[in-house]
Design a protein around this ligand. Structure first.
Ligand SMILES: Cc1cc2nc3c(=O)[nH]c(=O)nc-3n(C[C@H](O)[C@H](O)[C@H](O)COP(=O)(O)OP(=O)(O)OC[C@H]3O[C@@H](n4cnc5c(N)ncnc54)[C@H](O)[C@@H]3O)c2cc1C
Length: 490
C-alpha cells in the first residue's frame, strides 16, 4: 500500500498532525521508534500551556503559541484530556523589573493575548497566591495560561487519530529513506513503508532524519531540564509561577499539576547524549535555590521523584516548519518550548503546506472528532461505583493504592486504540506508579495484568520496550536450575 502521508515521530507534534489530518479521506501512518508513543520530549516537560508573551517577535513560535493556546478550548471539548486555564504569574522581586514586565504586557496585548495585566498590590497578589514570597513587588498576570498533562493529551490525540483510521507502528525506528518518482520508501527495523508525503516530527532526532534525504541545513542541540516533584496536596498553589526570564530559558518555575502535585524546575543544561535523562545533585540544588525565591516554604520532605526532560533546541532557536526542496517532505523540527502549547497551530500549518503541495483534502463522511473521556474511579459517586463494581468486579480491585487506580482502568488502557503494552505506558496512561510509593506496591500487579491481557509470559513484560525486561524468571525455577547446574558441575 502507498500511504498519502507518513509521519515520523509519535510525540505530541506527530500525533497532533496525524489527528488533524485524520479528518480527511487519506491513508496515514505514524512510525515511532519507541515501544510507546509520547516517549520523547513530550513525556517530561513542564506541561504549561503558555499565554504566548515570552518568545521574541521575530520568532514564529510566538505567534503559533498564541494561536495554539486559543485552540486548546475547542480541542479539550473534543478530546477530553486533562487541562485547566489556571493563569500564570511572572514574579518581579525588584522595582526595576516592573518596567520590563510592562513592555512584555504591552506587546502581548498588541499581539492578541487576552487579559494580560500587571498587579502591584501585594495584598491582592498574596490573596491570589498565598504561598508566594513576601518579597514580591508586582506580577504579570496571564489568565489564559493553563496546565495540561502532556502525555495524556498525546494519548488522546493518538486514540482519536486511530479511531479515524490512522495506523500507528511502534518499535519502528526509521533508518533509511529513499525518494524516487515522487514516492518515499521509508525503511524501519520493522519493515518498509511507502508514501507520497513524508513528515519529519522526530524531535531530538529530526536533523538525522532530514539528513537521510540529503537536507543538512539545521542542527539540534539537546538541552536538559531537571525537575523535583512533590507529593499530592503537599502545598496548595493556584497559579503557574515564573521568575523573570533569562536569555536561555523561562527560568525555574513552581507549578501545580492537574493531579494535585507540585513540581519545581527546569534548569537548562546543554548536553551531548540525546537520551541522558539522569538528574544531578548540582542540578537539583540549582532548581531548589531558584524555586525557593518564589515559594520559600516548599515542602522539601514531600518530594517523591526527580526527573529530567530534554529540549530539542535548533540552531535558529525557532520552530523549523518547512516545505523542503524534496517534494512532499516537510520538516517539523526544533519544536522546543512552547511546542506543546503551539501543537494545534503547528498541525494546522502542516495541513496548509500539504494542501499547497496538491494533496486533496476531502473531509471523511465518517469523521468523528470526539475521543470519549476515559472512565475514572475518582470521577464516580459511590452509587455509580457500586453499580459499576456490580457489573464488573475489576472496578473494585484497587491496584495502585497511592493513586486509587482499579484494575479496570489498567485493562482499559491496554485495550484502548494505540493501547499501552509496557509498565511505563500504563503508568503514563492511567497513573499506577505515579504516587508516593512510585510503583513499589502496584508494579507486580501491573505486570500480572499486562501478561494476562497480552497473552505473554511475565518475563516478556518490559518497563519501556526492548532491553528493559523487569523479571528474568520464577525464583523457584532459577534456584532449581542453579542447583542442578551446580550438581552437573560437581
Ligand atoms: C524541560 C522542558 C520543558 C518544557 N516545557 C514546556 C511547556 O511548559 N510548555 C510547552 O508548550 N512546551 C514545553 N516544552 C516543549 C515541549 O515539550 C515540546 O515542544 C514537545 O514535547 C515536542 O514534541 P515533539 O513531538 O516534537 O518531540 P518528541 O516528543 O521528542 O517526539 C519525537 C518522537 O520521534 C521519535 N523518533 C525519533 N527518531 C525516530 C526515528 N528514527 N524513527 C521513528 N521515530 C523516531 C521519538 O522516539 C519521539 O517519540 C518543554 C520541553 C522541555 C524539555
Amino acid at each position: 500500500m502507498i500511504y498519502d502521508v507518513i509521519i515520523i515521530g509519535g510525540g505530541v507534534t506527530g500525533c497532533c498532525i496525524a489527528r488533524t489530518l485524520s479528518k480527511y479521506d487519506l491513508k496515514i501512518c505514524v512510525l515511532e521508534k519507541e515501544a510507546e508513543i509520547a516517549s520523547g520530549t513530550t513525556k517530561a516537560n513542564s506541561g504549561v500551556v503558555h499565554a504566548g508573551y515570552s518568545s521574541a517577535r521575530e520568532y514564529i513560535k510566538r505567534y503559533l503559541c498564541i494561536k495554539g493556546n486559543n485552540l486548546y478550548t475547542q480541542a479539550v471539548k473534543e478530546l477530553n484530556f486533562p487541562f485547566k486555564r489556571i493563569g500564570s504569574f511572572v514574579v518581579a522581586l525588584e522595582d526595576d523589573q516592573i518596567k520590563q514586565l510592562d513592555e512584555v504586557r504591552k506587546k502581548g496585548i498588541e499581539d492578541g493575548i487576552p487579559d494580560l495585566e500587571l498587579i502591584f498590590d501585594k495584598d491582592t497578589i498574596l490573596d491570589m497566591e498565598p504561598n508566594l514570597t513576601e518579597d514580591v513587588v508586582g506580577v504579570l498576570h496571564a489568565p489564559s495560561a493553563g496546565i495540561v498533562s502532556p502525555y495524556e493529551l498525546t494519548f488522546a490525540l493518538a486514540e482519536n487519530a486511530a479511531m479515524n483510521g490512522v495506523n500507528f507502528f511502534r518499535n519502528h525506528e526509521v533508518i533509511k529513506i529513499k525518494h524516487q518518482d515522487y514516492i518515499f520508501t521509508v525503511r524501519t527495523y520493522g519493515g518498509e513503508f511507502q508514501g507520497r508525503n513524508l513528515i519529519n516530527a522526530a524531535g531530538l532526532f529530526s536533523s538525522k532524519i532530514s539528513k537521510m534525504l540529503g537536507l543538512d541545513y539545521f542542527s539540534i542541540l539537546p538541552r536538559k531540564g531537571e525537575y523535583i516533584l512533590f507529593d499530592r496536596n503537599a502545598i496548595q498553589l493556584n497559579k503557574v509561577l515564573f521568575p523573570m526570564a533569562t536569555k536561555v530559558s523561562k527560568g525555574i518555575l513552581v507549578c501545580p499539576t492537574l493531579h494535585g502535585n507540585t513540581f519545581i524546575g527546569p534548569n537548562a543544561q546543554n548536553i551531548t547524549d540525546r537520551e541522558d535523562l539522569s538528574t544531578t545533585t548540582a542540578g537539583l540544588k540549582e532548581i531548589l535555590e531558584g524555586a525557593k525565591k518564589l515559594v520559600p516554604n516548599l515542602p522539601l520532605r514531600s518530594s517523591i521523584r526527580n526527573f529530567a526532560g530534554i529540549r530539542a533546541v535548533p540552531d535558529t532557536y525557532d520552530f523549523i516548519i518547512d516545505n523542503t526542496d524534496v517534494y512532499g517532505f516537510i520538516n517539523v523540527a526544533g519544536i522546543l518550548s512552547p511546542g506543546l502549547t503551539a501543537t494545534f497551530a503547528i498541525a494546522e500549518k502542516v495541513v496548509d503546506f500539504l494542501e499547497l503541495l496538491g494533496l486533496e483534502l476531502k473531509v471523511r463522511e465518517d469523521y468523528n472528532p470526539i475521543r470519549p473521556k476515559p472512565d475514572r474511579f475518582k470521577d464516580f459517586t459511590k452509587e455509580e461505583l457500586d453499580a459499576k463494581i456490580h457489573k464488573d468486579p475489576a472496578w473494585g480491585r484497587i491496584i495502585c493504592r497511592c493513586e486509587t487506580i482499579p484494575e479496570k482502568e489498567i485493562i482499559d488502557a491496554i485495550r484502548a486504540p494505540v493501547g499501552s503494552k509496557t509498565v511505563d505506558g500504563i503508568k503514563f496512561r492511567c497513573r499506577p506508579g505515579m504516587g508516593r510509593c512510585q510503583g513499589g506496591f502496584c508494579r507486580p500487579r501491573v505486570i500480572e495484568i499486562l501478561a494476562r491481557e497480552l497473552g505473554i509470559q511475565y518475563e516478556e513484560i518490559t518497563k519501556r520496550g526492548e532491553d528493559t525486561n523487569i523479571l528474568v524468571g520464577k525464583t523457584k525455577d532459577i534456584a532449581l536450575r542453579d542447583i542442578s547446574g551446580g550438581a552437573n558441575e560437581g
